[in-house]
Design a protein around this ligand. Sequence first.
Ligand code: SRM
Ligand code: SF4
Length: 574
Amino acid sequence: MSDNNLVSPNSAPHSDVEDIKRRSNYLRGSLVETLEDRITGSIPEDDNRLMKFHGSYMQDDRDLRNERHKQKLEPAYQFMLRVRAAGGVVTPEQWLMMDRVAQKYANGTIRLTTRQSFQLHGVLKWNMKSTIQEVNESMLSTLAACGDVNRNVMCNPNPYQSEIHSEVYEWARKVSSHLDPRSRAYHEIWLDGEKVVDSLEDGAEQEPIYGPVYLPRKFKIGMAVPPSNDVDVYSQDLGFIAIVEDGKLIGFNVSVGGGMGMTHGDPLTYPQVAKVIGFCKPEQIIDLAEKTVMIQRDYGDRAVRKHARFKYTIDDRGIDWFVNELSNRLGWKLEEAKPFHFDHNGDRYGWVKGSNGKWHFTLFIQNGRVKDDADYLLMTGLREIAQIHNGDFRLTANQNLIIANVSSHKKKKIEELIQRFGLTDGHHYSALRRNAMACVSLPTCGLAMAESERYLPTLLDKIDPILEENGLSEEDIVIRMTGCPNGCARPMLAEIAFIGKAPGKYNMYLGGGFSGHRLNKLYKENIGETEILDSLRQIMKQYAQEREIGERFGDYVIRAGYVKEVLDGQQFHA
Ligand code: SRM
Ligand code: SF4
């Protein structure tokens, strides 16, 4: 650990991004001018850094990159826009708005993300303002969907335990809005809000939680309702685990220091599972979230962005240091953590009746991509449902969608539409596919090293017969793929994971915990499809023959000696 990690941000060396933030006058930069520049479809790098705080990344279509380069054209610049909704809950009107803007301004698809947000791809610079305005008119926002701030607050979306869920969800919304940036830049730039002349120099505009340079890195919060760990609470910088006694929410266990991202070949970077540090009452969580964010603001590494996540702040200084610092800032201490139990981190598909008497249908959405194909009109089907639905929609942390709070008299009509469009709860797929996630990756993600969303379904087509041969088609096994080691589909927590290394090549990991509690471990490096299938053929056969009753695949591969158990991220590369 370098000394730089232990000094306050004001005296430590800064990365270039810190300087960009500091100069930006609370996220304004020169965005107004560069968005108006009609000569190029791009914006300069400094503004692109700031654009993230406004919920967008500049990208180019990587499928077209070489051809455009040959033709001496500038890359096909376009923008990804992320729209966040705490806990992934949106109204039918908001769904219809997303559908409309996707057709009008983006590539005609909607991407449901692993953090219960929406993403649009392919928005051109000239259309960004209209898109963001329409999103805001429907009371959703792109502010802080990306950038060095608190991101979309995740929350278990399954309303079957209706009262507990809605209470936890309300807390998620409160935490989320409390941690929103307060800068008026977003309103000025996108919504033609009145220009606030106050600048950094006169200090009249303040970010009371973040300050003028915001956080050293992104920050993530998730709220789980046991027994479901669908939000993968151990992957979050800050997690809240609902504790229910006698049918009442009595508070939350608090977990800190999780995160997935790493760099291939750099052992100083690693995924980490969060540690549970205690229990607090519901009304204490806003204060606790605020103080935790401020500790990371003050002690996170601002020199090396790869080392700037909260997990490193905690691992470098120790969990006791953090708990002590937190208690000092709060002026109160956490109680001892309460017992809880997770039994899965996936979604429960199909119809379920909630304790409020309303119905909820969890729809399987392959890798979160909502679009119309010739033989599957998913987007049209959901549009027709949204037009008659008077409950809500819930984006799950597994990239699926719940048509939620359907009244008994609407259920028949919605069921008819589900049937007419053949919308699936995934029952005719293998359990492996129902438990699969893949990140976006190519062609839009600038960091992708290999395919993911476009490839995992094909790979699963080839794994399915292996499962069938071994009688494992209905065995729930969590499989995840990403195009690079940033971990956007939280692959390091999966029982089987493929992390992109180069085109067509993946590192294969095994041994994550079925309920998202344990990291996996590298099994084979830089392998292609043939070797992936050969490996799985052998392991699945043995698993089918040798597993003990109820033994999960991730537990089996450790017992059988394929990989070592990883109990702490610092052993991930060991
Ligand atoms: Fe992610 C960067 C997509 C969830 C860790 N992520 C990116 C970017 C923006 C690429 C970039 O920086 O240029 C990707 C955009 C691709 C595209 O074309 O759309 C991207 N991340 C996604 C989404 C859409 C994946 C998905 O398939 O759903 C998820 C959007 C979440 C949201 O709605 O807010 C997404 N990203 C995650 C998660 C999972 C989570 O948060 O639960 C992680 C791992 C958890 C964590 O943060 O530790 C994750 N994304 C990263 C990282 C690595 C961060 C790190 O600590 O090193 C990057 C790269 C970075 O930040 O430098 C990244
Ligand atoms: Fe892109 Fe890598 Fe995230 Fe996949 S994991 S979306 S390839 S940054």
